[in-house]
Each structure stands twice: as C-alpha cells, then as structure tokens.
Ligand binder design. Structure first.
Ligand code: FDA
Length: 397
C-alpha cells in the first residue's frame, strides 16, 4: 500500500470515543500516521455525559473481577499493562483536578470536558487527526490493508481499529456498526443486552411504590449469586440507583431480586430485643430509625404492619424480618438501551489477541472498548477498559 498518498494512513480508527482516542494518541506517539473517523458531529459524547457530567474516569481498585465476559481471562493482560495509576498519571500531567467520590472512584472536580480535552490534546501532540461527520459506508480488504468508502471519498490503511462502542444511548450516536464489521470478517458476535440500566416494574407494583418515588436508601441486592451493597433509588419509572444498575448486568428476564433493606442490621434479633425492652414500640418506629423517614413510613403502610410489637408472635417477627431482609421484587424489564450505561456481550474475545486486541487470524484488524465482550461494573471500570484496550491496540497497530 502506497504510504504517504493523501488518502492513506498507517492506522484508521473508527470511533472517536474513549477507546478510539486513547488508541489514536498511543499509535501516533509511535510515529504512525493515524486518522480517527466518527459519524457524530462531536467526539467523545459519552465521556461528556458520563459520571453526571464529571466523568468517573477510573477506579483505583479495578481488577479483572470487576468485569463480565464470556471469556473472563481475556481482559487480564491489557488491564495489567495499563493500570488506573497509569491513567491517573496522565490526568495529573494535564493538571486536571479530581476527587475520590466513593472508595476508588475518581471523578473530575470540574467537568468531564477536562478528560475529553486531555485526550484531544494528546491526539494533537501525537499527530493523530480526528475527522468528524464521516460515515463509513463500506470496508473492504486490500492487499495488506483495508479500504474504507466514506461520504467524502475513499481512504486506505494498513491497520484498522474498530472502536465504535456498544448499542447504549442511540441518541448519542451508538450503532451496531462494529458488530457488523466483525461479522463481515467472519467473527462471532455474542448476543448483546443492556447493562447498568434501571429496572421497570409491572403497573400494580409501580403504583404501590409510587409513594417511595425519589427516595434513596442503602440496600444489599442479590440475584444469580451476585450481590451489591449500594444505594437504591425508587423512581417514578421503577428502580434505579447504583445497587440496581449493578445487579441489572446479572439479571435475566423473569428473575426476581432479593433486596435487603437493612443490610447493616440484625433484623430478627433487633425486633426480638425491641419487643422485650419496649413492647409498645412499632415496626414503623424501628424502620424510622434505620431508613429515610418517607421510605420507612410508605414501606410500613405498604406491608400493613401496625400495632405494638408485643402483639407480634415469633413467627410474625420471622416474617417481618424476611420481608425486610429479602424483599422480593420481580422487575417487568429494564429501560433497555435507551438509558443503559453499557452493552453486555459483543465481539467474542476468543478470536482476539489479549495482548494486542487484534483478530488472531487477521493481525491488522483490531476491536477495542465496549464493542468487545468485556463489560465493567459501575464505578469507572468501563473507562479503564476503554483506556487499557486502546493502549494495547495503539502499541501494536
Ligand atoms: P464510545 O461509545 O465512547 O465511543 C464510540 C464512538 O463511535 C462514538 O463517538 C460514536 O459516535 C462512534 N460511532 C458509532 N458508530 C459509528 C459508525 N458507524 N461510524 C463512525 N463512528 C461511529 N463508564 C465509566 O467508566 N464511568 C462513568 O462515569 C460512566 N458513565 C456513563 C454514563 C452514561 C450515561 C453512559 C451511557 C455511559 C457511561 N459509562 C461510564 C460507560 C462509558 O461511557 C463507556 O463504557 C465508554 O464510553 C466506552 O468507550 P468506547 O470508546 O468503546 O465507546
């Protein structure tokens, strides 16, 4: 391939998101001529909307155990070779102020724009070009590379990197393009579904929980042998908050969730003790001590618990403790890709090199970021995967 001609680049990356920009800077610093293409009018739209506009850009405690994949060992190598500390050093070098909002979760102090600007600056310094509003219509193989037909003419490259993300938030430019390219080149794409997404409820339950809307409380939610102890938020649409987003990645349609509303309490012992010490006190009062007032009151009414504890037999207390410790909720579904933070599933990693992210049988075609079947827990892990996989490919492409 004639390197140096106007339309030829060593590396073309499709997708100017987190993974694509990181890959572009890395490859550019190696002296490769790099072009990043995106069909959107702006780069990194998801970075800008992430973390409530402040981008939870990494998690200092990120380990491979924080990722879901059909091939769980795949992510280990890249995550080890580009760590949260490495990204933090980059952030510090750019003088971006940050704060640890929850253990390990690093957010920008000011705005997610800082992270995007940092990546664009790195691309500029590395000589990588970012070209927006460019849709790729067709990708074909050439002798030793690829040809891309775009709305503004043909481009060729030695290495092609697919960094087009998953299906979540279509209004932000998400497409299934990466999966189609994978299939075009004979790769298996594992079924995709929305992850880190709020639950919807059946109308009757939604109505019952309406008085709890807007209230958040710390819970321990269980499903499929997984559990997360984080806040839950009842909304007018259903259940959200970190606990529900986390468990949604493990939930399958038809499953029930078991929610411990008082994870810090020994509920049964507390109630037995309370009945002994203050027999006139009520379950509502007990709940009021441990849950937000409005939640306590509404939940108590929902369950129809009334009267003093002395009227409760041991078996009644067992029942109350079970409801509070394992409140069983069967969601109707999830809000789907419309609001999901991530897409589970994607390009099967068994066909990719864990060292370079390249297709094993096609070492000049790479898949990075969310388009592959590696999905992180909530809390900065997904960006860490985007950075680590972007660097791995950028060091090879
Ligand atoms: P990403 O989606 O970032 O980029 C893909 C790019 O490809 C986009 O620019 C898109 O326009 C482009 N593209 C798609 N199809 C194309 C086509 N056909 N042609 C050309 N270009 C195409 N994670 C985290 O760790 N911390 C957080 O705080 C958050 N917060 C958060 C909030 C919200 C609301 C969402 C939706 C997601 C998060 N995430 C997150 C998840 C995180 O945003 C996500 O994992 C990464 O952005 C994935 O990076 P990628 O580069 O793989 O895809």
């Amino acid at each position: 391939m004639a390197a140096g001609s106007a339309s030829h680049f060593n590396v073309i990356i499709i997708g100017a998101g987190a993974a694509g920009l990181m890959c572009a800077a890395t490859a550019g610093y190696r002296g490769r001529s790099v072009l990043v293409l995106d069909h959107a009018n702006k780069p990194g739209k998801k970075i800008l909307m992430s973390g409530g506009g402040r981008c939870n850009f990494t998690n200092l405690n990120s380990t491979p155990a924080n990722f879901l994949s059909d091939n769980p060992h795949y992510c280990i190598s890249a995550l080890k070779r580009y760590t949260p500390q490495d990204f933090l050093e980059l952030v510090d070098r750019h003088g971006i102020e940050h704060e640890e909002k929850a253990p390990g979760q690093l957010f920008c102090k000011d705005s997610a724009k800082d992270i995007l600007n940092m990546l664009l600056t790195e691309c500029e310094w590395a000589g990588a070009e970012v070209r927006l509003k460019t849709a790729v219509e067709r990708v074909t193989e050439t002798d030793g590379g690829y040809r891309l037909r775009t709305g503004s003419g043909d481009l060729t490259c030695d290495s092609l990197v697919i960094a087009t993300g998953g299906l979540s938030i279509p209004t932000m430019g998400a497409t299934g393009f990466g999966y189609r390219i994978a299939e075009q080149f004979g790769l298996k794409v594992l079924p995709t579904r929305a992850g880190l997404v709020p639950f919807t409820l059946h109308p009757e339950l939604k109505e019952q929980l309406a008085p709890l809307s807007g209230v958040s409380c710390p819970v321990d939610v269980h499903c499929h042998g997984q559990h997360f102890r984080e806040p839950m938020l009842v909304t007018h649409r259903g259940l959200s908050g970190p606990a529900m987003l986390q468990i949604s990645s493990f939930w399958q349609p038809g499953d029930s969730l078991a929610i411990n509303l008082l994870p810090a309490c020994q509920i049964r012992n507390d109630l037995l003790e309370l009945r002994k010490q203050r027999p006139q006190s009520t379950i509502g009062q007990y709940l009021g001590q441990h849950l937000p007032k409005r939640f306590a009151q509404a939940f108590n009414e929902l369950q129809g618990w009334s009267g003093p504890l002395q009227a409760y037999k041991n078996s009644d207390i067992d029942q109350v403790a079970e409801v509070l410790g394992q409140w069983s909720i069967k969601p109707a579904g999830t809000e789907g890709y419309r609001t999901a933070e991530v897409t589970l599933g994607g390009v099967d990693t068994r066909q990719l090199s864990s060292k370079t992210m390249a297709v094993l049988e096609r070492p000049n075609l790479y898949f990075i970021g969310e388009v592959v079947d590696v999905t992180g827990h909530l809390g900065g892990h997904n960006f860490q995967w985007a950075w680590a996989s972007g660097v791995a490919a950028g060091n090879s492409a």
